[in-house]
Ligand binder design. Structure first.
Ligand code: ADP
Ligand code: MG
Length: 632
């Protein structure tokens, strides 16, 4: 078969040009990383081939020994990186090189400000591996042929990084990918063998297949020069070495390879388990949350190895979804090499490994919290929302996860959550037997809720929950350290021993006196409320709404309604503050029509003050304006 060699030209996806400019600017001072990225990709390609060859040995063709070869050509001013990994077919080249299909791409570009100094911090999160070669090259040629396909399926891609690329079908007997970088004028230093070698040693020593380079050897006697291929990296799996011998930089470079990240990790945990079940885990927490962190389906952080042979990515069975921010490898000594996804699903060993790994991660987070609270705060800011899912997902570790949660409370009144339940419990008042919380749509709404008035007056701390997941959190976390979690917007307020007898008696007396007034209000608001009670929750607001102890939280209800779910109407209780001047004023209102107006205003302003929306805002405005005019 003859191959059509006609060259076709295509435009890059619009964003790529922008990305390239940003990358060249922001990564120039660290330009050596282009080699790390290309070797990382070549190593991934070898892993993929090995994995697919498990079920189809023929893919190895006639070269089962996987390796990466780097050739430096001073005359042509090029560096070539060649692998004999999986390779790509034409479509894959178009998809992988020239398009960015990563989830979160659009979000990334939305976040760009145009201020390069600011934007360059974002680039690390994005992971732009291949394109980094345009930092040092003004032309890049990539020729590749997919494993298992005939030589006529080769394809060459070429671009000057200027917004377009060309594609050409070629004959290619060799499997895998070869990338030739035509260096920019000022990059001559990269044409020195020793320089390239030192870059490989520095960033890619942990790569497990050999990275080789040519070396000229001159025979002492004959003075004849021959070329020998020399392996530059150590080819040893990093995690098999003992912890004490591994430098932080080595862990960091290894992390960047497996996580496709440009930044160092926040933390690593390296752990060997021996005995009945043998495995090693080397896990990392990234510095920053990736763009697709919210996608519970997109779990790809942990690579599974069996006796140092890469088995698969996306091993979602190795850590639960609430730890999906973790990156790393788990190497099992016991699983069979031909383990498949199906086998993993119900495998007892995998289950044990996962349980062990989860315990290890929680343990590391506990020590981080204890020993480096500031670092933990950064961790929490990045990944706290995801960790919260653990309360819902992982009942067996609920208590441990609960201790790791951080909240805003009335103690510090700051939005950045920094207070743990243990701190809260330590500060509980004499006689306090519950952990009080309020949920609201925003921090401001929570912090300013009238429900907090009595708690502030008595100096009782209340947890201010304001993230969407909190609504679910409290339905699962009902108790901590033997203390019940209690919403302050639900049910009768029972402060137990926190109220003194004198206050209680006084409150009962007032309640009794105002009963007829409460009844009158209840009749006026029959359609909106299930009851009207005299409250002692409030000190400065005239009224507030309280849900049934077992009812859904008002903010959860609004959330579900917003998502289009129809809910059975649950009527709240209106609680009124007998000390408030407005309440005193309304009591004296003899005109029934006027009284009705007041009742509605009370109800509607109570809805508003907890962040709710009015059914008929215009009617509320009209009512209030009428009252103003009467007073004027
Ligand atoms: P990432 O490695 O994070 O996916 P890159 O920009 O480094 O992003 O690479 C993009 C994609 O191009 C890779 O995911 C892979 O599918 C493909 N690719 C790059 N280099 C190679 C290679 N040497 N062999 C096979 N595929 C490659
Ligand atoms: Mg890459």
């Amino acid at each position: 078969m003859t191959v059509s060699t006609q060259k076709e030209t295509f435009g890059f996806q619009a964003e790529i040009k922008q990305l390239l400019d940003l990358m060249i600017h922001s990564l120039y001072s660290n330009k050596e990383i282009f080699l790390r990225e290309l070797i990382s990709n070549a190593s991934d390609a070898a892993d993929k081939l090995r994995f697919e060859a498990l079920s189809d040995d023929a893919l190895f063709e006639d070269s089962p020994e996987l390796k990466i070869f780097i050739d430096v050509n001073k005359d042509a001013r090029t560096i070539t990186i060649r692998d004999n990994g999986i390779g790509m077919d034409r479509e894959e080249v178009m998809e992988n090189i020239g398009t960015i299909a990563k989830s979160g791409t659009r979000q990334f570009f939305k976040n760009l400000t145009g201020d390069q100094a600011k934007d360059s911090q974002l680039i690390g999160q994005f992971g732009v591996g291949f394109y980094s070669c345009f930092i040092i090259a003004d032309k890049v040629t990539l020729c590749t042929r997919k494993a298992g396909m005939g030589a006529e399926h080769g394809v060459c891609w070429e671009s000057g990084g200027d917004g377009q690329y060309s594609l050409e079908n070629v004959e290619r007997s060799q499997r895998g990918t070869e990338i030739t970088l035509h260096l920019k004028e000022e990059e001559d230093e990269l044409l020195e063998d020793w320089k390239v070698q030192s870059i490989v040693k520095k960033y890619s020593d942990h790569i497990m297949i050999p990275v080789t380079m040519n070396k000229s050897v001159t025979d002492e006697e004959s003075k004849e020069t021959t070329i020998e291929e020399e392996t530059v990296n150590s080819t040893q799996a990093l995690w098999t070495r003992s912890k004490g011998d591994i430098k932080d930089e080595e862990y960091n470079e290894f992390y960047k390879h497996i996580a496709h990240d440009f930044e160092d990790p926040m933390l690593h945990m390296h752990n060997r388990v021996e005995g009945n079940l043998e495995y090693t885990s080397l896990l990392f927490i990234p510095q920053r949350a990736p763009f697709d962190l919210w996608d519970r389906q997109n779990i790809h952080g942990i690579k599974l190895y069996v006796r140092r042979v890469f088995i698969m990515d996306d091993a979602e069975h190795l850590l639960p979804p609430y730890l999906r921010f973790m990156r790393g490898v788990i190497d099992s000594a016991d699983l069979p090499l031909n383990v498949s996804r199906e086998i993993l699903q119900n495998n007892k060993q995998i289950e044990k490994i996962r349980n062990g790994a989860v315990k290890k991660v929680l343990g590391s987070l506990e020590s981080l919290l204890k020993n480096e609270p500031e670092k933990y705060a950064t961790f929490w800011e990045q990944f706290g929302k995801v960790l919260k899912e653990g309360i819902l997902d992982d009942t067996s570790n609920r208590e441990r996860i609960a201790k790791l949660l951080r909240f805003s409370t009335t103690h510090d009144e700051v939005e950045a959550s920094a207070i743990g339940l243990t701190d809260y419990v330590e500060r509980m008042k004499e006689g306090q037997d519950k952990i009080f919380y309020i949920t609201a749509e925003s921090f401001a709404a929570a912090k300013n809720s009238p429900h907090l008035e009595i708690f502030r007056k008595k100096g009782i701390e209340v947890i201010l929950l304001h993230e969407q997941i909190d609504e679910w959190l409290v339905t699962h976390l009902t108790e901590f350290d033997g203390k019940q979690l209690q919403s302050i917007t639900k049910g009768d307020l029972d402060l137990g021993d926190l109220e003194d007898e004198e206050e209680k008696k006084q409150a009962e007396k007032v309640s009794e006196e105002l009963k007829p007034f409460a009844e009158r209000l209840k009749t006026a608001l029959e359609a909106q409320v299930q009851d009207v009670k005299i409250t002692h929750r409030l000190t400065s607001s005239p009224a507030c709404l309280v849900a049934d102890q077992n009812a859904m939280d008002a903010s959860l209800e609004r959330m579900l309604q917003a998502s289009g779910q129809s809910l059975p109407a649950s009527k709240p209780v209106l609680e009124i503050n007998p000390e408030h001047a407005l309440i005193k004023h309304i009591q004296g209102e003899s005109d029934e029509g006027q009284f009705n107006e007041w009742a509605n205003i009370l109800f509607e302003q109570s809805q508003l003050s907890e962040g709710g929306q009015l059914d008929d805002p215009a009617a509320f405005v009209a009512r209030v304006n009428n009252m103003f005019l009467k007073a004027a």
